[in-house]
Design a protein around this ligand. Structure first.
Ligand code: ADP
Length: 257
């Protein structure tokens, strides 16, 4: 469980997150949604400790984040951020093996069990065939899947992902989110596609332009056109097909057109 209480962040003089509280519950997938620039990435960074709020606190299973040693933090939190590791000279296999680091002691080398876990994680994201390739030579979508495999190899109790479906084709958008949901860990995902959020998340936090939470609750509660339309500035129709929510978008004519 990850709990943030009244966390805030300001870039220079620009307050981006103001007194936001969020709870990610065990075994559930929490989606952070909101328009571009509403602070989703900034909030995620506060939740995994890359940014440290001057107000409030963030706890992971009851322990305050700054009090956790790096290795312990890495056993609890695996993070997939956008476009990381592009400059590395590592192969894909070596990259995924890095995920085992928090489980090895300082001078311990990875063993057969670690290699088996890494290979299994690569297979889970459909990337076994890439194992010997240079990570830097992969496409954006291939890299994204490898970074997710590395996070899975970390076997952390919480998984945090920033727009993991960016660069992925439709098949892998669904496969990756289904995989994350089915892990059954406590996970948090930044998503801009509301229909993917509807399909795979359990709970949602909707951020608005003002750096605060506009709505938080289950997918059913938050994906309400009356809540979403003023935030996104677009007409939204909600359909329920075969028990799941689908949103249709109706752009409004620009007033200044
Ligand atoms: P989102 O993920 O919802 O698109 P972000 O958290 O990336 O939003 O950004 C929120 C706001 O903070 C935006 O206005 C963005 O321009 C600004 N911002 C993000 N990162 C920085 C930074 N490193 N320096 C200054 N401003 C930033």
């Amino acid at each position: 469980m990850i709990e943030a209480e009244a966390v805030s962040w300001t870039y220079g003089t620009n307050p981006v997150i103001e007194a936001v509280s969020v709870t990610a519950r065990p075994g559930r997938l929490l989606g952070l949604i909101g328009p571009n620039g509403s602070g989703k990435t900034t909030l995620l960074r506060l939740l995994y400790g890359a940014l440290r709020s001057r107000t409030g606190r963030v706890t992971v299973d009851g322990d305050e984040l700054p009090s956790l040693a790096a290795r312990e933090a890495a056993r609890r939190l695996a993070v997939v951020v956008q476009e990381s590791g592009g400059e590395t000279a590592l192969t894909v296999g070596e990259m995924v093996l890095l995920g085992r680091g928090p489980h090895l002691s300082t001078f311990q080398r990875s063993g057969a069990a670690d290699h088996a876990i890494a290979a299994r994680c690569l297979a889970r994201v459909g990337a076994s065939h890439l194992g010997a390739r240079a990570f830097a030579g992969l496409s954006g979508g291939e890299r994204q899947r490898v970074l997710i495999a590395r996070a899975l190899a970390q076997e952390a109790t919480h998984l945090l992902l920033d727009e993991p479906t960016n660069h992925l084709d439709i098949r892998y958008q669904h496969e990756i989110l289904r995989l994350v949901r089915d892990l059954g860990t406590c996970s948090i995902v930044v998503l801009h596609d509301l229909n993917l959020a509807a399909r795979y998340c359990d709970d949602l936090v909707l951020l608005g332009a003002g750096g605060g939470v506009v709505a938080a609750g289950t997918v059913d509660e938050v994906l309400d056109p009356a809540i979403l339309e003023p935030v996104y500035g677009i007409g939204i129709q909600r359909l329920e097909l075969q028990g799941s929510i689908h949103l249709l978008f109706h752009p409004r004519e620009r007033q200044d057109a």
